[in-house]
Ligand binder design. Structure first.
Ligand code: NAD
Length: 266
């Protein structure tokens, strides 16, 4: 299976180049960056410190995709939407880990996924996806008696807040409890903002240094508290998840899938 990576010189890009290089049955055939990026013309393998691969970083996604079966995209929503359009026109599969999509942008993703198979997941780690499942079970057992708060920590370069993973965690809990996440999410408490409502799901973000990503969901009851936490120590497991998604997509019909589908957890 031939793979192109977009966002190749980014923090995830290097990890993805290495993961594809190490994966059985996957071959890196394209590496793409934004026009004007200083690494254009560099060998992708040298950039990722895995040795020369003979794949030069370009800004030409169309040509790169003509030679590839699947695109791995870890960029940003507006870039991902353009990339999806190119891949839909060429009939190529997409695995995207980009985060921060607005509800309207998600609808656009769904439209492209009517034409090609797409895996879109705010977190590709097996551990986080196991947490989604555990959160569903916890919310089912604890019901409305426990109040839910989410805290996430990331590095100081992260652009979107709260993280896509934290939002997904909130959505999973809200859906299980029969609530509309967008109605009950509370991102901001300051001053005399009043008592907490039972339904709300509090969401706090911490930014600093080089934290790869940490998420804790608190279920807070009277006299007891459950915490479900995930801590990422490196970006490699996100990249391995993306590789797993590429393998899984082979032979799939058009449609929008996530890591719960890839891991058989849905
Ligand atoms: P980054 O800023 O280090 O890398 C993004 C790269 O995309 C940059 O190199 C940038 O130049 C490139 N880019 C921007 N516009 C482009 C364009 N038009 N064409 C081609 N390339 C373009 O960011 P990062 O930390 O690597 O994260 C990238 C995305 O992946 C973010 O949305 C982040 O939240 C997400 N992420 C997802 C997971 C997951 O498991 N799903 C894990 C980590 C990060």
């Amino acid at each position: 299976m031939k793979v192109a990576i977009v966002g190749a010189a980014g923090r995830m890009g290097g990890r993805l180049i290495q993961a594809v290089q190490e994966a059985d049955e996957l071959e890196l055939t394209g590496a793409v960056e934004r026009p004007g990026h200083p690494q254009i013309g560099t060998d992708a393998g040298l950039l990722a410190a895995v040795g020369e691969l003979g794949v030069t970083i370009t800004d030409d996604l169309v040509t790169s995709m003509e030679n590839a079966d699947v695109l791995i995209d870890f960029t940003f929503p507006e870039v991902t939407l353009k990339n999806l359009e190119i891949c839909a026109n060429l009939g190529k599969m997409v695995v995207s880990g980009s985060t921060g999509f607005t509800p309207d942008q998600k609808i656009e993703v769904e439209k492209y996924a009517e034409r090609i198979p797409v895996v879109l997941a705010p977190n590709m780690s097996v551990g986080v996806n196991a947490c989604f499942k555990l959160l569903k079970e916890a919310a089912k057992i604890l019901g409305d008696d426990f109040e839910v708060e989410i805290v996430e920590l990331h590095h100081n370069k992260k652009k979107d807040s709260p993280s896509g993973t934290a939002v997904r965690m909130g959505e999973v809990v809200a859906e299980t409890l029969g609530r509309d996440y967008n109605q009950v999410a509370n991102y901001h408490r300051e001053g005399m903002c009043g008592e907490r409502t039972r339904e709300e799901i509090g969401m706090q973000t911490v930014r600093g240094g080089d934290i790869v990503g940490e998420h804790t969901v608190y279920f807070i009851g009277m006299g007891e508290r459950i915490e479900i936490s995930h801590r990422a120590m490196s970006r490699d497991m996100f990249a391995r998840g993306a590789v797993r998604a590429c393998h899984w997509l082979q032979g799939k019909p058009p449609g929008l899938f996530d890591m719960q589908d890839v891991l058989g957890l849905s």
